[in-house]
Design a binder for this molecule. Structure first.
Ligand SMILES: [Zn+2]
Length: 720
């Protein structure tokens, strides 16, 4: 048999390659997200094995081996590797084998089949030439993806060598979805059409020459189809395709805003336009220059953003295209930051218009320094807090890309942001832009980065924090990141299934899933969800017992710990222990995490006061619940404050009175007045705000200026 002969002849080479690939797998085990046999590993091995199959295939063909032998051996090779990887996975991690393990065979078999078909074509061109041609084809394929990433808005990529590259790793769930199936089957089919007649030719059953051509034509046709219809098949998102999804456009001299939502009201449209105008004007003042036209795409939801661009969790910018992608919900929070990326990029000289060497500490730190706003305060305040309560943190880490990316992102953004702002204030923006372009700290500032970081760090000591702040710190910056979790992808997929069950109100099944996940990982997140599913089933006693027996009640560790306390308190209220419940929530409120959290705690306190209403939170979704409660308690400001975007003038007044000490809620009320067209009230509110909060903090100061600007623009002619 051919395979046996082949193995005898080439066993040394094959064994070496096999061991080499296993060696790589073991080497990669140390990196987060590359630990488990999931999407990331499949992409990497897809690339490696497709290159090996291409060149190896060609090498063996030129040695006179049969294509059929190479093809089947390749398959056996991949399957053996896959089995070993599964064993590594089971022995080392004991992760649940979920959908993630299908990426590997699907990706690797497809890409290697594709490569083999290309090498079989190259083979017919003659010895030396064929290697050059194959090499050239690979270069073109890689270059094509780079060009696509560069010129098109999308973050994700489909490429025959890696199959699917998601763009951002922060998205928690990747599945073998319809697009991946269409692409892999398309590629396998088209590659098979090339390989099949060649393999048949080798056997005795020769097929007619003319019918062989049909195979090739059909193969080319399939490749063409994947290429031409790539937008429609969602394998790519071209500029034209994206624009076709945005029915509305606001155009001005310096920017264009594309709106996804065609039902947006006229006043909302004007508001978005004026806010953008303000931010751009402010940035022009700070930087002292203008940028060519900026394009801003405002997308309806995270889901559509994922579908269109391949990213769910974060807004982003491609500075070299001067294009920004944000969602309606996050627009206010992120637009200034994204614009800052573009302004910073203008003075660079690299193709991507980012900081030299893709230094994330400068790219994100620079944008944060310009934005100068994080959760209702400035980044230096939070950096000082981090330093105070986590003194072991080394600031230098944030100027190394690997540690920047694997740290909790809020830490990386805040500290690099505060440091960049410190540099700008101390040495001027011009010098900072030089650093941004050159990347060499000691050359630009004539000083050691470490020394400067020490001085910056010393300056942070001027902030003072209380004992309560240490708990707030633990809530804001505690908990696990994606990189720290065990089996992150697999567990997230399972949790996603549980979330689907909850939305279908199959609470018991969801509870069982969370229980299993918790037992396996001891994850706090799983525990929180376990408590929530018990709460949905009204197992209040069980929740109290569960929490009394463990240590979770006293823990402050990330926002999950806050939710655990909330459900504990609601359960306590339900069994009549309102006093203790109130204490718990009051303690949370005293942390003063943010104005919206404070408002949320007020609502929980309202429920604790009226435990008979608590079931409302179970039986209805949040919006429905608010509507229902509003009917029965029209004066209850802890309810009204969660529905500001729907309040009338009178209700707004009540909220303003109740929350006069929460400037960020007053800001929301101000914008609601604008939406209602009540400019007189908006004006008097902003006067009050200015009197009381002009020196609140720099982040809020900027918001006051923004409000004043917008009001001035929207207000009908004065004298009315
Ligand atoms: Zn950014």
């Amino acid at each position: 048999m051919n395979i046996k002969k082949f193995l005898l002849k080439h066993h040394l080479r094959l064994i070496l390659i096999f061991l080499f690939l296993i060696g790589i797998r073991i080497f990669l085990l140390q990196f987060p997200l590359l630990k488990n046999l999931d999407l990331e590993i499949s992409i990497l091995f897809s690339f490696l094995i497709s290159i090996l199959s291409g060149f190896g295939g060609l090498y063996f063909l030129l040695k006179g081996e049969k294509l059929s032998t190479i093809f089947f051996l390749n398959l056996i090779f991949i399957i053996s590797l896959y089995l070993i990887f599964i064993i590594i996975e089971l022995v080392l991690f004991n992760c649940p084998l979920t959908e993630g393990i299908f990426f590997f065979p699907l990706f690797v078999i497809t890409s290697s089949m594709f490569s083999l078909s290309i090498s079989s074509i190259a083979y017919s061109l003659g010895k030396i030439k064929s290697f050059v041609i194959l090499f050239f084809i690979y270069i073109v394929l890689i270059a094509y993806s780079l060009v696509e990433y560069y010129f098109e808005p999308q973050l994700y990529l489909f490429n025959p060598l890696v199959i699917f590259f998601p763009g951002l790793v922060y998205n928690e769930i990747f599945e073998v979805d319809g697009r991946i199936l269409i692409y892999t089957f398309g590629l396998m089919f088209a590659s098979g059409l090339i390989l099949f007649p060649k393999i048949l030719d080798e056997s005795e059953k020769k097929i007619l020459i003319c019918s062989r051509n049909y195979f090739y034509i059909l193969s080319i046709f399939t490749f063409m189809l994947l290429f031409v219809l790539s937008d429609e098949l969602r394998l790519s998102t071209s500029q034209e395709y994206l624009k076709s999804k945005f029915p509305l456009k606001i155009e001005s001299e310096h920017y264009e805003i594309f709106l996804h939502n065609k039902n947006i009201s006229e006043i909302e449209k004007r508001l978005i336009n004026n806010k953008t105008q303000f931010h751009i004007q402010q940035l022009e003042k700070v930087f002292g220059y203008r940028t060519p036209k900026i394009k801003i795409f405002v997308i309806n939801s995270d889901n559509s953003k994922k579908e269109l661009l391949g990213d769910e969790v974060a807004d982003f910018t491609k500075p070299w295209l001067r294009q920004i992608f944000v969602t309606t919900k996050t627009y206010d929070q992120t637009i200034k930051h994204e614009l800052a990326h573009i302004f910073l990029g203008e003075k660079t000289d690299n193709l991507f218009k980012v900081a030299a060497g893709f230094n994330l500490g400068l790219i994100e730190g620079g944008a944060m320094a310009i934005e100068w706003d994080w959760l209702e305060n400035t980044p230096d305040y939070y950096s000082a807090m981090i330093k105070r309560f986590s003194p072991e943190i080394e600031f230098e880490k944030f100027f190394n890309n690997y540690t920047f990316a694997t740290q909790r992102s809020s830490l990386s953004y805040l500290i690099s942001g505060a440091f960049c702002k410190y540099l700008i204030e101390k040495y001027g923006l011009k010098k900072f832009l030089e650093l941004y372009r050159e990347g060499n700290f000691s050359k630009v500032y004539d000083k050691d980065l470490k020394d400067e970081l020490n001085e910056f760090s010393a300056q942070l000591n001027s902030f003072h924090f209380s004992k309560v702040d240490s708990l707030r710190f633990k809530v804001l910056f505690g908990g696990q990141t994606l990189f720290e979790r065990k089996c992150p992808r697999a567990i997230n997929r399972i949790k996603f299934e549980a979330r689907k069950l909850i939305s279908k109100r199959s609470f018991e099944k969801a509870e069982q899933i969370y229980l299993r996940v918790y037992q396996r990982t001891s994850e706090q997140d799983a525990f929180m969800n376990l408590i929530i599913t018990k709460f949905y089933q009204k197992k209040f006693d069980e929740i109290i017992n569960e929490l009394n027996s463990g240590n979770y009640v006293n823990q402050f560790n990330g926002f999950n710990s806050v939710y655990i306390k909330i459900y504990y308190a609601l359960s306590l209220a339900k069994i009549g222990n309102q006093k203790k419940a109130e204490e718990i929530i009051q303690q949370l409120k005293d942390l003063n995490i943010s104005s919206s959290w404070n408002a949320y705690f007020d609502l929980i306190l309202f429920f604790i006061d009226k435990p008979e209403l608590i079931e409302n939170t179970i039986d209805k979704n949040f919006k429905e619940m608010l509507i229902e409660l509003k009917k029965n308690f029209p004066d209850e400001t802890s309810i009204l404050v969660h529905d500001i975007e729907n309040l009338n003038d009178l209700e707004l007044e009540k909220v303003i009175e109740a929350y006069k000490n929460e400037p960020w809620i007053l800001k929301e009320c101000f914008y609601r007045y604008l939406m209602l067209g009540n400019f007189t009230k908006a004006n008097s509110l902003i006067e009050t705000i200015k009197l009381k909060y002009s020196n609140f903090n720099e982040a809020y100061k900027y918001q006051i200026d923004l409000m004043s600007f917008v009001l001035e623009k929207l207000r009908p002619e004065k004298g009315v």
